[in-house]
Design a protein around this ligand. Sequence first.
Ligand SMILES: C[S@@+](CC[C@H](N)C(=O)[O-])C[C@H]1O[C@@H](n2cnc3c(N)ncnc32)[C@H](O)[C@@H]1O
Length: 391
Amino acid sequence: MPAPFTCIAVLPPGLEQLGAAELAELGAEAVQPLRRAVAFRCDLACFYRLHLRALLPFRILRQLGRFPCDSPQDLYAGVQAAADWNHWLPPQRSFRVEVSGTAPGLTHSHFTALQVKNALVDLQRQHWGERSSIDLEAPDLCLHLHLGRASGGARGQRAGNEAVLSLDGSSGSLHRRGWRAAMGLAPLKENLAAGLIRATGWDGHVPLADPLCGSGTLLIEAACAALGRTPARTLALQRWADFNAELWERESAAAAGLARQELADGSPVAPIVGMERDPGVLEQARANAEAAGVAPWLELQGGDCRDFVPPETPGVIVCNPPYGERLGAGEDLEPLYADLGAMVKQRCSGWTLWLLSGNPELTGALRMKASRRLPVSNGGIDCRWLKYEIH
Ligand SMILES: C[S@@+](CC[C@H](N)C(=O)[O-])C[C@H]1O[C@@H](n2cnc3c(N)ncnc32)[C@H](O)[C@@H]1O
């Protein structure tokens, strides 16, 4: 029997394949990468597990209903018929509506959200004589409506527009882990960093180094993954009408039980080292590592990346140098890239370098040839996660 829920995980652009692999490892079925998303099926236990343990998604949506939608009237009627609202939304429960996409007559997300809200509160008034309040911050139910072209095209299927109404399991974005006390200069989002680390294949058995570590996002996400540390998240799904406390406790206990002091096979974690030249930002990295519970495994030092001395055994270097968009604007960054290239060639023979580039001219100054290029988006900036073998 197929798993009961149809779901969508929303992912950072470029991480769809890696995200699909992570979801499948955690038990998702019929996993299908889409643009900025992954479609899959799962049961309630797996839905909880993904919210407790998945590191790459921004959010995970559980589909309540799907219906043709070519006008505001279609939307109003379709929303009312999409689910058993007496079960999901009695008037004591608050809600919020988020919208993505468009359909004819539904091109402004605020207007579309109002249409969904009106459909629901009108239904509530008819049935209960009262209505839910709207709570934008911490609602009981976070509804997500996606409008777009119907996926049909096959014989017998219509080619118009359709609406997908879903429940969002978290009220805030899942990239927040609960450890970021301090923000460096232009930090990476935690889920993007986790995906970049996953792309390197680093598993804790060889050293990991970030010579421009900023507030430590790459190293902290890597250490958390290697040591089975799962994010601290408060989730909307705990307030849903079908919340199963026993199942939740079981999945929570299993997630907490993954935390360990060494790698899953019992071997020690190889050195994880970082360098940062700004003392204030280095302090932030230390505070973040402490909050994430991985400080004992990280060796963070102040200094210039040109003076970086790697651990003896070759491993993986990751880095996200300034590229002038948000950080280092107006600064001549070419010498930094040229010196970084020279440093790794001189001292890191046998290592693999992965560098997040937002500017191809600067990466040219490394004078190295990339063996892999993964296009990703970092806060809306088109970037490449570039792999270099250092000989
Ligand atoms: C884009 S930020 C890295 C952000 C980091 N990935 C994070 O999530 O916090 C680049 C960092 O490189 C540091 N930096 C710039 N030039 C450096 C140098 N020559 N040596 C060491 N660190 C440097 C900056 O202070 C900044 O914190």
